[in-house]
Design a protein around this ligand. Sequence first.
Ligand code: ADP
Ligand code: MG
Length: 282
Amino acid sequence: MVEAYIGIGSNMGDRAGFLKYAINGLSNSEEVSVTAVSFIYKTDPVGPVSQKKYFNAVLRMETSLDPYGLLSLLLRIEKDCGRLRNERWGPRTLDLDILLFGDLEIEDASLKVPHPSMLERAFVLAPLNEIRPDIRIGNRLAREQLERIDSTGVERLIAFDQSKTVGIIGASSKPDRYSNRAQIKLMDLGHSVVPVSQRDGVILGVPCLRKIADYWEPLDTLTLYLSPHRQLQVIPELVVAKPKRVIFNPGTESMESKRQFEAAGILTEEACTLVMLETGQF
Ligand code: ADP
Ligand code: MG
């Protein structure tokens, strides 16, 4: 087994969702055992083209693959992610790079290890330093190298085990809607979002699902922006999605819905998601 470090990045749509997808994909591989994952970092994009901020993280693994085998696995996960999301969703991106592979040095057309630009990139060194400050990249310590370079625009956000996957039921692309403001705040804080709407194709860069039951990963929370009358029509599918909790935002409280969720073993709360996020109660 060899210890390897992987850099993960995304700057489109549900960025935290893509990072989680990559981590799950690697964890599920038989040849890989994930031994540490950094916090999620929100970082300014580098380069001349103006684009959204990136979410970045670094993962440590033990692997029985050789470096080329690992590279193919990474490329497959990048591609699967694009394909999976393309069919159901829209355009998006995930970037997976081998940063270090034991103390191997490779320099050929398809693979360069250690990753050639990692020494200059605070969005790589900051999360790497969090996992292993004493690791050497060539003859430099990660910790010392991080101190030498400029790390403005690199903000530590949230640990993966604190980030939640949230279904927004009754999502809307209208900026004056509470659901829209909640989605912005959720994404900003590093949560992964699944907007659900009959009407809007893509909200804030994240393609909508028509049914939350079609979502393929575990959900922590459903936040409701649907009238009590509309809720009753969709509760059967909401229950199938098995969230840990449901939040009734102001104006959506319903005794009957509450009864049906609780009968399915799902906790309910009457609260405002946006206020919870702003006060750190989420
Ligand atoms: P970048 O990550 O530089 O933004 P891409 O992800 O589009 O660009 O580049 C992917 C290609 O880079 C891969 O097909 C791979 O052959 C090559 N490559 C070279 N070194 C590495 C490395 N250490 N990790 C991942 N890909 C690498
Ligand atoms: Mg890459």
